[in-house]
Design a protein around this ligand. Structure first.
Ligand SMILES: CC(C)(COP(=O)(O)OP(=O)(O)OC[C@H]1O[C@@H](n2cnc3c(N)ncnc32)[C@H](O)[C@@H]1OP(=O)(O)O)[C@@H](O)C(=O)NCCC(=O)NCCS
Length: 177
């Protein structure tokens, strides 16, 4: 788990986060790239999947505003199958009322640092659906570049995606700048 950033802290998601998770995963604007809001069962399945991933040290965690203790989003590292390979990926989803404040980039940046310091990987990726411009802009703010385009089947829909990534060397170079 990353250390606190200037505005954010991180912790495991639990059952008590279901209302905050619904504020993200059942919001039509937040879920455009996921082909629409989840139902209650899909939200619960999502939570259980993250909790399963915690056993390996991975998974999306709750992102909490230090000032208020409010859970405003999710961010973390997972293994994703991208363009034929299993890679370390940073994911980020925030409720709409927390957008446009730099929280996603602040959280994801902390997870890149965590990933490069705890995992023996040369690169960390971010898979972004081709319609998800806000997410692409986060990847770009993180210093990532596009590696390839690939297609993914999700919820019965064929979705073109871009594979963004940043190398360890580039991450360290940016962190020192
Ligand atoms: C993707 C997502 C997390 C991006 O959130 P975001 O708030 O746009 O991204 P950031 O946290 O990087 O915020 C950047 C914005 O905050 C602004 N900002 C304000 N205060 C800031 C600060 N102190 N520091 C940095 N940026 C700040 C920036 O100018 C920028 O503004 P803009 O969006 O108007 O250009 C959000 O759209 C989301 O949760 N979408 C739904 C889920 C999703 O699709 N996730 C990605 C799946 S691949």
């Amino acid at each position: 788990m990353p250390a606190d950033t200037s505005r954010l802290s991180f912790r495991d998601l639990d059952e008590g986060d279901l209302p905050a998770l619904r504020a993200i995963l059942q919001d039509p604007d937040a879920m455009v790239a996921y082909e629409g809001p989840f139902d209650d069962e899909e939200v619960r399945t999502w939570l259980v999947r993250q909790q399963d991933r915690y056993r390996t040290g991975l998974g999306l965690r709750a992102v909490v505003l230090r000032e208020s203790g409010e859970m405003i989003g999710q961010c973390g590292l997972t293994i994703q199958h991208i363009a034929g390979a299993d890679v370390l990926e940073v994911g980020y989803l925030f409720r709409p009322s927390a957008w446009h404040r730099g929280y996603a980039t602040e959280a994801a940046s902390a997870y890149l640092a965590e990933g490069f310091s705890t995992r023996d990987v040369d690169e960390i990726h971010a898979q972004v659906r081709d319609i998800n411009i806000a997410s692409m802009n986060v990847a770009i703010r993180l210093g990532m570049t596009v590696r390839t385009r690939f297609v993914k089947e999700y919820r019965g829909v064929t979705m073109p995606h871009l594979d963004f990534a940043i190398t360890r060397d580039r991450f360290l170079e940016l962190a020192e700048a």
